[in-house]
Ligand binder design. Structure first.
Ligand SMILES: NC(=O)c1ccc[n+]([C@@H]2O[C@H](COP(=O)([O-])OP(=O)(O)OC[C@H]3O[C@@H](n4cnc5c(N)ncnc54)[C@H](OP(=O)(O)O)[C@@H]3O)[C@@H](O)[C@H]2O)c1
Length: 234
């Protein structure tokens, strides 16, 4: 393991907070920095200037420690909010909800790529994971419903794949992947976590997701993986 910094975006979420706690506990990285809409500085996808400022802060910390950013995990996401609920039918399609899920699940992470990927070193191992969702898989969609969430995660997956290709040109030892965490106990999943589903604790999910990120080599880049290390179809 080469020395460096780790960053978690969405560190107030159930999975994001557990990822940050796990990184701090295992101390594989010299420091782990968490961002959220309430961190200082904040990261709020509705305001690109917050991403510019946060990335600038990480760059300064890298300079101060004379170490690169080696791990980036994007654990943000939304499924339901005052803007709306996941749709059961095309009759429920609503532009306000669609805009909000696309902003949080796809456009925000794209801005993370824009502002944080330039901080990644050109040599040595680098790992980037974006929390996606299996329901974002087009190939796996047999049930329908949840139009906005599915489509926004499919858009995220395309951003991840495209950025992975560009990142490999910059650093052949890089890993940039979409990750499905499984069903995890959180505010996001709570209204939909039906009995019978295997709902896992955030700390269990965090350990598994970091295991996938740390276990895969560069040959795993540009792909969609679940928490158990199984490849998922796009
Ligand atoms: N839990 C599950 O069962 C499950 C299943 C499949 C996939 N996932 C995916 O896993 C990821 C994490 O989910 P979770 O269950 O941990 O959800 P969560 O507890 O609701 O956390 C969501 C995170 O996203 C952040 N966020 C929301 N809107 C944002 C915005 N506009 N700008 C910046 N940050 C924003 C939240 O920040 P604030 O604290 O500021 O609101 C929070 O940190 C998501 O991508 C989700 O789609 C989860």
């Amino acid at each position: 393991m080469e020395k460096g910094l780790a960053v978690v975006i969405g560190a107030t979420g159930a999975i994001g907070a557990a990822l940050l706690a796990q990184l701090e506990a295992e101390a594989l990285y010299v420091t782990a920095i968490g961002f959220s809409r309430s961190s200082i500085p904040p990261v709020d996808y509705t305001d690109e200037a917050t991403l510019v400022q946060a990335a600038h802060g990480v760059a300064e910390e890298c300079t101060r420690l004379n170490l690169p950013l080696r791990l980036l995990v994007v654990a943000t996401g939304t499924l339901h909010s005052p803007a709306g609920q996941p749709e059961r039918s095309w009759a429920n399609l609503n532009a306000d909800y669609l805009q909000q899920v696309f902003q949080t699940n796809a456009l925000g992470p794209a801005l993370v790529i824009k502002h944080f990927f330039p901080l990644l070193p050109k040599t040595g191992r680098v790992a980037v994971g974006f929390l996606s969702a299996k329901v974002g898989s087009i190939g796996d969609n047999a049930l329908g419903g949840w139009y906005g969430y599915r489509a926004s995660k499919a858009a995220l997956n395309q951003f991840v794949r495209t950025a992975a290709i560009e990142l490999t040109r910059r650093n052949k030892d890089s890993l940039c992947i979409a990750l499905h965490p499984g069903t995890v106990d959180s505010a996001l999943s709570q209204p939909f976590a039906k009995t019978g589903l295997n709902v896992r604790a955030p700390d269990v999910a965090a350990r598994e997701l970091l295991g996938v990120l740390e276990g895969l080599g560069a040959e795993g880049t540009g792909k969609f993986w679940d928490y158990a290390g199984q490849a998922l179809p796009w």
